[in-house]
Write a protein that binds this ligand. Sequence first.
Ligand SMILES: C[S@@+](CC[C@H](N)C(=O)[O-])C[C@H]1O[C@@H](n2cnc3c(N)ncnc32)[C@H](O)[C@@H]1O
Length: 277
Amino acid sequence: MENSSVFLREEYAQREFWNNRFRDYKSPFDWYVSWKELRPILNSNVPAESIANVLMVGCGNSTLSGDMGGNGYNVTNIDISDVVIDQMKDKTGQDYLLMDATKTFFKDQAFDFVLDKGTFDALACQAGSELPSALVREMGRIAKKVIMIITHGKKAARSPVFNGALEEFGEWKEEVIKCELSFQAQFINIIRSMYPGDSLSKVMKDPEKLAACIKQLAEYKKSKVTEENPLRQTFCWVYIYSKLEGQNEAQKEENEEEEIPDKEEENSEAAEAKGAN
Ligand SMILES: C[S@@+](CC[C@H](N)C(=O)[O-])C[C@H]1O[C@@H](n2cnc3c(N)ncnc32)[C@H](O)[C@@H]1O
């Protein structure tokens, strides 16, 4: 999608762009997927009972945080847009903090689970920027157990960036899961694909254009994703990084025990061997 006219917008990495957008569109909006699509992935990979707290970076006015909260997750939200933070902070009872996700004020490993949906992709719209990697590095610093990044980016492009940014924070097990886009996200992709020069609200208010998009939606599933038209991609990717440090420490201890033989153990083993003889 980075190659499309829609996603080649440098403003996606800028606070003012998002402030204007949240002033214009106050209704909740979820990029790519919502709780409905993510629930099975969350339940099987990061169940609420295994996680003490979650940080949602670049929360926007997504409904995901509220739904996760309703399903046992203890969520804190941050975003760079003061407009959306003001709009959201009294809505869910969760914490909504104004913070740049590439340099937060949280201490190392402050959250068991750090989750991003769409912020990496927004920052990646600024060509040649260090910000996308800085975001993942900061997620690696703050996360104690699991990081999840939800993006339209394929493994060949994303995986080296994510792994490169995380390597200074220990070893991580990577898993990449394909997830069908929500109906809302697919419909918006159709509007953008068909009328790249128009704003969403303009198309929604134009009966002819709206009807054409609805017709296209019926065809959507049948059409093939092509490199030329990546907006036809009907899925996104969920990258899950689980920290292996605990296991490594255990292994290290095991190795150390092997290297320095325990005298007492040696003696009792020798005694046992004697007895057996
Ligand atoms: C594509 S939207 C995704 C919103 C939400 N996560 C969702 O899935 O619907 C990107 C969000 O990242 C926020 N954002 C952009 N740059 C940021 C930064 N440096 N730190 C924190 N949030 C940022 C924007 O304000 C916006 O809310």
